[in-house]
Design a protein around this ligand. Structure first.
Ligand code: NAD
Ligand code: LMR
Length: 328
């Protein structure tokens, strides 16, 4: 057995937390020889519910679950964290855009960024799920002095999985047959699921799906609006699929990306593809054998794609402007 790894999770008593914690505790992410310490962070009113979750974790008798701490104190919560999963925040309701949450949720990420910088392990990686996740990640990063910028991520894997599922269904194949799917930009209604560089069973999507009108229209809007469609249907935002995507993101950032493929996650831009450096934007990412990542370079971007990418990056700049007082 390896020494335990510490995973801190905010909003651990919420919907996503409930779908996430048990799968982390099974060893699905870090392997069957890797014990896990959970540090579960909540706000005071949610502590009774969190204690119920802890009872259930205890009752699962997971062999790899080394210890569980529950706390409202951020310093205690992020102590020794190698992964900080920032889920805790308010979800949107029907009729809202995710960006409407900035005023409520943005400030949460200032103190969390600072506490991560003070307490987390040297190898900490921060995955922001709470919406609007790109700009919340920007706030956390800019408040976490001393933590390298390449450790901050915002989740667009759910969008990638949704896009793969839509393409697979149209082509009559399984979602696992769809590769090279990049979500560009913001986890919002402006995101761009890039079908022009994606592949189905190794062939360009546009050779397999001849319906260009569908690809440029309904496909994109379905992916962009999928979160809203789930809220309308369920009366609550996606949770199990969101937790699944968070786990997919962690796995994708831990394991080398298969040759020729890439995965989607929002990272701190280095200026690749003309995206302004410092914005947290989703782009095609490859994880290297040493566990670091790089932006896949040289993908052809046609005029249609460029227009879509420009629109989602413009929205990220607007969100950054709206929270400028929270950026150190
Ligand atoms: P939820 O309301 O069920 O749970 C949120 C939890 O966060 C609650 O238990 C609440 O007490 C806690 N919380 C609130 N403020 C906190 C703080 N300052 N510190 C610690 N905990 C805090 O919501 P949910 O369904 O679990 O969703 C959580 C967030 O994830 C929402 O913002 C939602 O929009 C977002 N989300 C993102 C994606 C994505 O793809 N990026 C997908 C689904 C949901
Ligand atoms: C999603 O994409 O399902 C989440 O971001 C929740 C939402 O508000 O749509």
């Amino acid at each position: 057995m390896k020494p335990p790894i510490t995973v801190s999770v905010t909003g651990a008593a919420g919907q996503i937390g409930y779908a996430l914690l048990f799968r982390i505790a099974t060893g699905e992410i870090f392997g069957k020889d890797q014990p896990v310490r959970l540090r579960l962070i909540e706000i005071e009113p949610a502590l009774p519910a969190l204690l119920g979750v802890v009872m259930e974790l205890d009752d699962s008798a997971f062999p790899l679950l080394n210890s569980i701490i529950t706390t409202t104190d951020l310093d205690e919560g992020f102590t020794g964290a190698s992964w900080a999963l920032l889920v805790g925040s308010v979800p949107r309701k029907a009729g809202m855009e995710r960006g409407d949450l900035l005023g409520i949720n943005g400030k949460i990420f200032t103190s969390q960024g600072k506490a991560i910088a003070r307490n987390a392990a040297k190898d900490v990686r921060v995955l922001v799920v709470g919406n609007p996740c790109n700009t919340n990640a920007l706030i956390a990063m800019r408040n976490a002095a001393g933590v390298p910028e390449d450790r901050f991520f915002a989740m667009t894997r759910l969008d990638e999985n949704r896009a793969k599922s839509q393409l697979a269904s149209k082509a009559g194949v399984h979602a696992s047959d769809v590769t090279n799917l990049c979500i560009w930009g913001n986890h919002s209604a402006t995101q761009y699921p890039d079908f022009t560089n994606a592949k189905i069973e190794g062939k360009p999507v546009t050779e397999v799906i001849r319906d260009e009108e569908w690809l440029r229209g309904e496909f994109i809007t379905t992916v962009q609006q999928r979160g809203a469609a789930i809220i309308k249907a369920r009366g609550a935002s996606s949770a199990a699929s969101a937790a699944n995507a968070a786990l997919d993101t962690m796995k994708a950032l831990i394991s080398p990306t298969p040759d020729g493929d890439w995965h989607s996650v929002a990272v701190c831009s280095d200026g690749s593809y003309g995206i302004e450096p410092g914005l947290i934007a989703s782009m095609p990412i490859r994880t290297k054998a040493d566990g670091t990542w790089e932006v896949v370079q040289g993908l052809p971007i046609d005029a249609f794609s460029q227009e879509k990418i420009d629109a989602t990056i413009a929205e990220l700049k607007e969100e950054r402007e709206a929270v400028k007082d929270l950026l150190s």
